[in-house]
Design a protein around this ligand. Structure first.
Ligand code: ASP
Ligand code: MG
Length: 406
């Protein structure tokens, strides 16, 4: 007998028939004698609709009320799934975020889970009852409803699995696992049987959308075994595990890309101490995340160019923030470009092997693709290139690292 958390994403609960199909999947685990807690997302599209409602009333909304509105999608699906299970003769009860309670901090709209008391839920599981939990919801220290940020149901599921000391956390979604790269672009992409937490974290943070980044952080920290799998087939998915569980580690496990990037270049900035702080300080104060940064050596010792990237949706805000500081920073010209994509090769294998970056650069060079900015971490090399080369770059790199399916 095992204790399992199953999480079903929006497409898996998109309509009544699919919710009934989810109930059957839950039943099949119950019939094997397992204890099952289920976390559900809102029906596909519902959260977007709720966000639109909020936006259409006020653009500078009160985040507390935003949470009151957008948390409701999950409440609907948790009640419906409990009913569908009862209809199959299975004892089931929904537990809303405030009832458990899923305690979070007070950052409304992007709250972090702090604690999930588990004794009551475990007592229910031990009687054979299925516990149904709406993902995405929590409750702040002052008892107001919070939500965990878009995609946050993944984090609800993993945190619940940790709190319940579950044997596994199965994340059911509309893809059948984690791929070496986006299969819609590279036909030879392969499904990975296993991937390490660290790699999954990098993949998620640079654009692979299968799991919310935060959920991978929680899984890694708490050692939760996560399997990403499809709710539309019975095939095994991808296990996200510790590095020592992977016997034959590839040099590069995956190639991710993000189109949500924009580049800003400040031309002829004074080359003196304090300039970087003068640029990036105000951006940080404005809550704008800066990702890649390059600063050139100045040829005259007096002026230099600084290039950096921000999320595309933050571009206007970033440009306005910099222009306000123009007097302080002292640059000649500001250029911005949305027509860029960040491509990243990821693999824990590169910690112990040289040459990964070199292969990336030479592969792109052979295709005549110019690299605009480079950044690296211990297990990742990222480059910024013009967006029109996305497909070409992904395919060429996928082949160059030996990832193509036969
Ligand atoms: N329904 C929420 C969203 O779409 C949370 C989730 O599904 O993970 O972001
Ligand atoms: Mg999701």
């Amino acid at each position: 007998m095992a204790r399992i958390v199953q999480k079903f994403g929006g497409t898996s609960v998109a309509d009544i028939d699919r919710i009934k199909a989810v109930a059957l999947r839950v039943k099949s685990e119950v019939d094997k004698g397992h204890q099952v807690a289920v976390v559900v997302s809102a029906m596909a599209g519902v959260t977007n609709q709720l966000v639109d409602y909020v936006d259409s009333i006020s653009t500078l909304y009160d985040a507390r009320e935003y949470d009151v509105v957008v948390s409701t999608g999950e409440q609907v699906t948790s009640g419906l799934l409990a009913l569908a299970l009862q209809d199959l003769g299975i004892g089931a009860r929904s537990w809303l975020g405030w009832q458990i309670p899923v305690r979070t901090d007070d950052s409304h709209g992007k709250a972090r889970i702090e604690d999930i008391p588990s004794a009551d839920l475990i007592a229910r599981l031990e009687t054979g009852e299925v516990v149904v939990v709406p993902g995405f919801q929590g409750i702040a220290p002052d008892n107001r409803v919070t939500t965990l940020g878009r995609g946050g149901s993944d984090t609800s599921a993993v945190a619940l699995a940790a709190a319940l000391k579950a044997d596994r956390c199965d994340i059911y979604t509309d893809v059948d696992g984690v791929y070496t790269t986006d299969p819609r672009i590279v036909a030879k992409a392969r499904k990975l049987d296993k991937i390490t937490y660290e790699e999954m974290l990098e993949m998620a943070s640079v654009g692979a959308k299968v799991l919310q980044t935060r959920s991978v952080e929680v899984a890694m920290k708490q050692g939760v075994r996560v399997e990403v799998r499809s709710s539309f087939s019975d095939a095994r998915g991808t296990l996200v595990v510790d590095e020592d569980e992977i016997v034959e580690q590839e040099l590069v496990s995956g190639i991710a890309y993000s189109r949500d990037e924009a580049k800003i270049t400040l031309v002829k900035v004074a080359d003196r101490p304090g300039v970087a702080a003068g640029i990036f300080g105000p951006l940080a104060d404005a809550n704008i995340n800066v990702d890649m940064i390059v600063q050139n050596v100045s040829d005259d010792g007096a002026r230099t160019d600084v290039t950096f990237t921000v999320a595309e949706r933050d571009l206007e805000h970033a440009v306005a923030t910099i222009e306000k500081e123009r007097g302080e920073i002292g640059y000649e010209r500001l250029m911005s470009d949305k027509n860029v994509v960040k491509v990243s090769v990821i693999g824990v294998g590169m910690r112990s092997h040289a040459g990964v970056a070199k292969r990336m650069f030479s592969t792109l060079a052979e295709k005549g693709i110019n690299i605009q900015v480079i950044s690296t971490s211990e297990i990742k090399v990222s480059v910024l290139i013009a967006e029109e080369y996305t497909e070409l770059a992904l395919r060429a790199l996928h082949t160059a690292y030996g990832l193509d399916a036969d």
